[in-house]
Design a protein around this ligand. Structure first.
Ligand SMILES: [Ca+2]
Ligand SMILES: [Ca+2]
Length: 342
């Protein structure tokens, strides 16, 4: 048994992760603990980062089979009238900022207080006197919706990127899933370049991207602030679970934005449920600290994912939930949304 499995077992929660050790899609990761930092670990991280860089370069446009390209052409050419999305803009949302909304700079309450949130897992508590902490973030932009099948399909069609066929099994306006952390970042990088160069990119977005801002996955702090705003609420809409506000405890994904949520901060939809959302934060114990995100990683590293999915119980769609995904894992309940940050 690996150290991580032991940590999972001893956590008292479900001992499984989204790492292929469990086939039941309802059993999503609850991860506790992590390996100690070490010099050897840092070396492995360097090797890992280089390995990923080489692997990414190999993933750059490669022709897929003729059959693959024909299938993808059919996918996107048949989507000309997808309501709410722009066929002329890679099926991004038909909104002023192509679906991105601003999250103003300022502090928010991160983590979970088990005295307030009785469903909180202990990996959501901060060490020390208070189980929650105030974290201050500068302004950033976040997608109102999860990235869709059509959006990811447009990227694959345009670049020949090798994705898993399973990513295209759901309807075009559903969140894309069965994508890995690497797939998600590849899409983000492509979209950043594409929108930086496109003459029709909305002025505000173009200004950001040409000014050096980047499109990426959110950090888990960015994700959590976007999901719960500044008042420490347990769910995006308030402190009680609501089946009319998010797709959870169900059987499958639904089109993004299907559940209205007027109470949700920043007008964001599906932060809870539909699909788990990958972040660019490695799984580490709290206190949350972005500055050490490259330390202590080794072959056991996980990426934090947030928000729960269509097949999770209410406990897993709280704003404080922290799941973990192995870097290469692709699952039908794990997807992502994007941010634009300085
Ligand atoms: Ca979600
Ligand atoms: Ca960290």
């Amino acid at each position: 048994m690996s150290a991580r499995e032991e940590a999972r077992q001893s956590a008292g929660g479900s001992p499984q992760g989204a790492d292929g050790t469990q086939r039941d899609p309802g059993a999503t990761a609850q991860v506790v603990g992590g390996p100690p930092q070490s010099v050897g670990g840092i070396t492995i991280v360097v090797v890992l980062v280089l390995g990923v860089a080489v692997w990414m370069s190999l993933q750059r446009p490669q022709p897929n089979s003729v059959g693959d390209m024909e299938r993808l052409s059919r996918l996107t050419s048949g989507l000309g009238d997808l309501p709410g999305f722009r066929a002329d803009a890679w099926f991004l949302p038909d909104e002023e900022l192509l679906g991105f909304v601003v999250v103003p700079g300022g502090p928010f309450l991160m983590g979970s207080d088990p005295a307030v949130d009785r469903l909180a897992f202990d990996n959501e508590w901060w060490p020390g006197a208070s189980p929650q902490a105030t974290v201050d973030l500068p302004e950033f932009y976040v997608g109102r919706y999860e990235v869709t099948v059509a959006q990811f399909g447009a990227f694959v069609e345009e670049t020949g990127y090798r994705a898993d066929d399973e990513a295209f099994q759901q309807p075009p306006d559903h969140p894309v899933a069965t994508v890995s952390w690497t797939d998600a970042l590849a899409y983000a990088r492509w979209l950043e370049t594409t929108l930086r160069e496109w003459p029709e990119t909305p002025t505000e977005l173009g200004r950001l991207l040409r000014g050096g801002w980047h499109i990426s996955l959110p950090t888990e702090a960015e994700w959590e602030k976007a999901a719960r705003g500044s008042d420490g609420r347990i769910y995006p809409w308030g402190n009680q679970p609501r089946r009319d506000r998010a797709n959870y405890a169900g059987r499958g994904t639904v089109p993004v934005g299907s559940y209205e949520c007027p109470e949700c901060p920043f007008g964001l939809l599906d932060m809870s449920g539909n699909v788990w959302e990958l972040t660019r934060s490695p799984y580490q114990s709290y206190p949350y600290d972005e500055s050490d995100d490259r330390e202590g990683l080794d072959a056991d590293a996980l990426w934090v994912m947030r928000g729960g999915a269509f097949n999770d119980p209410e406990r897993n769609v709280r704003t404080g939930i922290r799941g973990g995904a192995d870097p290469g894992v692709r699952r039908p309940f794990i997807g992502f949304r994007l941010v634009i940050t300085p």
